[in-house]
Design a binder for this molecule. Structure first.
Ligand SMILES: Cc1cc2nc3c(=O)[nH]c(=O)nc-3n(C[C@H](O)[C@H](O)[C@H](O)COP(=O)(O)O)c2cc1C
Ligand SMILES: Cc1ncc(COP(=O)(O)O)c(CN)c1O
Length: 199
């Protein structure tokens, strides 16, 4: 029997199962998810970021807090995420509110990154204009020198967010565009209510 015929009362285990199944496929970026944010005029923008695990039941990702998305999240913390796995014909849509992770969590994740990516986080003022690739390379070389004898510390403007889920939908592609959909909505008392949706 499919999970859609016997849905769990809460969605997190189901989400974890689909993430595990996508990871097993040896895709290039199985944890890539679209992140949509809005500015103060309700203009939307979206881009791909990587899912980096859970904080309790919240979804974590890491970025530059001064980036375009970071500036938007500061003013408008509601955001939407979307995973799509072609090979599984599966989509997961998530909506919720983002908060910055505690510094300790960002420190721990930053410390786990490749050294080159750590230096890149210092060298890049993400989303700002730059006149040439050479300017970027020079900024990177400068950070390489600066940290030549040391571990690379986390830039204060680089860190994580955790998105608290208010709505999540599981979508399984089926023949004749007659897909399975199940949505979970978080109620005021924190309990989940789920409903099957038409394709
Ligand atoms: C597969 C993939 C994964 C990415 N992961 C991240 C990520 O985890 N964090 C991040 O800041 N940017 C990531 N990026 C780059 C973003 O898509 C984007 O270019 C960048 O964050 C700047 O977005 P912004 O100007 O809207 O803030 C990724 C891009 C791709 C294609
Ligand atoms: C600019 C940028 N920042 C952060 C990440 C997150 O991935 P990681 O921490 O694994 O480098 C990515 C992934 N492509 C990225 O492009």
């Amino acid at each position: 029997m499919s999970t859609f015929d016997n849905p769990p009362s809460a969605p997190i285990e189901w989400l974890q199962t689909w993430l595990d199944e996508a990871t097993k496929l040896s895709l290039n970026e199985p944890m890539a998810m679209n992140l949509a944010t809005a500015d103060e005029q309700n203009r939307l923008s979206s881009r791909i970021v990587l899912f980096k695990g859970f904080k309790h039941e919240d979804i974590c990702f890491f970025t530059n807090y001064n980036s375009r998305k970071g500036v938007q999240l500061e003013k408008c913390p509601t955001a939407a995420l979307c995973f799509w796995w072609d090979e599984l014909m599966r989509q997961i849509r998530i909506e919720g509110v983002c908060h910055k992770l505690p510094n300790e969590d960002s420190d721990a994740y930053f410390a786990s990154r490749a050294r080159g990516s750590q230096l890149g986080a210092w060298a890049s003022q993400q989303s700002q204009a730059v006149d040439s690739r050479q300017t970027l390379e020079a900024a990177y070389a400068e950070q390489e020198q600066r940290f030549a004898q040391a571990d690379v510390s986390r830039p204060p403007h680089w860190g994580g967010y955790h998105l608290s889920i208010s709505r999540i939908e599981f979508w399984q592609g089926r023949d004749h565009r007659f897909h399975d959909r199940m949505v979970y909505i978080r109620q005021a008392d924190k309990q989940w209510q789920h409903q099957r949706l038409q394709p």
